[in-house]
Design a protein around this ligand. Sequence first.
Ligand SMILES: Cc1cc2nc3c(=O)[nH]c(=O)nc-3n(C[C@H](O)[C@H](O)[C@H](O)COP(=O)(O)OP(=O)(O)OC[C@H]3O[C@@H](n4cnc5c(N)ncnc54)[C@H](O)[C@@H]3O)c2cc1C
Length: 403
Amino acid sequence: MVLVGGGHAMLPSLQAARQWTDAGHEVTLVNPGRFLYYSGMVPEYLGGVYREEDVRIDLQALCATANVRFVEARAAALDAKRQRVQAGGTWLPYDLAALDIGAVPPGRPQTALPTKPLHGLQALAASVQAVLHDARTTRHLVMVGAGAAGVELTLNLSARLHRAGKASQMKLTLVDQADRVLPRFPVGASRYAARMLRQRGVRLHLGTTVSPPRPDEGALRVALSGAAEDLVVDDVVWATGATAPPLLQDSGLPCTANGFVRVDPQLQVHGHPAVFAAGDCAKVEGYADLARIGVHAVKQGPVLRDNITHALHERKDTARKTFRPYPVAPLILSTGTPRGLWIAGPLWIAGTPMLRLKHYVDRSWIQSYQPSDTPARGLDLWDARAPLPKALPSAVQHAPVSA
Ligand SMILES: Cc1cc2nc3c(=O)[nH]c(=O)nc-3n(C[C@H](O)[C@H](O)[C@H](O)COP(=O)(O)OP(=O)(O)OC[C@H]3O[C@@H](n4cnc5c(N)ncnc54)[C@H](O)[C@@H]3O)c2cc1C
């Protein structure tokens, strides 16, 4: 079996893989990096609330525990007809494959940093470190996209710079073609976030489009629509949402018009019983408007695991599991303050209990994928240092709050 992409939805399968390898199955994971960064905690990692090791999951270690071969490479191609995946310069044949390769920000030029996969943000972390540790370093960052990811990242970065007295050393500019930040969320939440951003000196350019950044003498030059002059900046982050990775369309697997692989609610690819897909890269039949968010990827994880087990055992006596999304998937955005911004459909509320709940759920979720000798520590600035209780109420463990 070849597992392609160690994303949020793949984690339960990796944890269960020991039973598959013990039964004699050969399992390989192909993933371009050793670590998976947990999206729920990455903005606060950049905001200085968590350390890097608090927010990442060691895929290689999970593989070692389960006797799974780890190939640290990007799958370059998948040939569904011949049942093989190309990675690391060779073709890996499979009897069964599972895909969880996430999504990529649409239209991202090579000169801009991606928000997906999340390890792409490491270069941004390095920029922030340079400013924090050197009084002479100045940077100008442009965040393209004022959706949940772009806003949460900018809120956390701006708060960190202010706390450290470094706001004047790092200019932050947030651009979106929509006329308000968080355009898909309630207007009140949007105003709340915009006010915080402005108070921290973030320049908002709304109703504005951005040209692809052009390298210019060690910097980047970007043109904003309606502006007389280009901006000359140091980093551009592309947080424009989610589009399908190109690998899928060339694979011979059935895809939607915009390139996502089509699966049934059991996460099996249409017409290809040997291939499963989950998370952002998959389009689940029957759910036209399902947002590409970690909450759904995380919920698909156990379904993927159980249906792979079912397929490996060729069991006819038990039914396969079916993915059913949460009717409403609330999000909690961290703001760089002790207050979290909780949003569910048309409702929103900001407050300290929201951030505490987010910390609690995030830390308990990631703890379940970290080695047992790694204490789940957050350098929590907001008085949430207390260790997690040993057992969490199951309703809290599975709350669809953040991923
Ligand atoms: C800054 C930010 C904050 C977010 N916050 C939230 C939040 O609070 N709540 C929420 O619900 N959602 C959030 N999201 C969205 C969330 O990150 C995604 O929906 C989620 O990560 C999708 O998980 P996944 O399992 O589909 O794949 P991912 O977790 O994205 O993982 C995909 C994996 O596949 C690997 N991969 C990619 N291409 C290949 C290839 N060709 N070959 C092999 N491996 C490959 C990648 O390296 C990665 O390890 C956030 C996103 C961002 C950018």
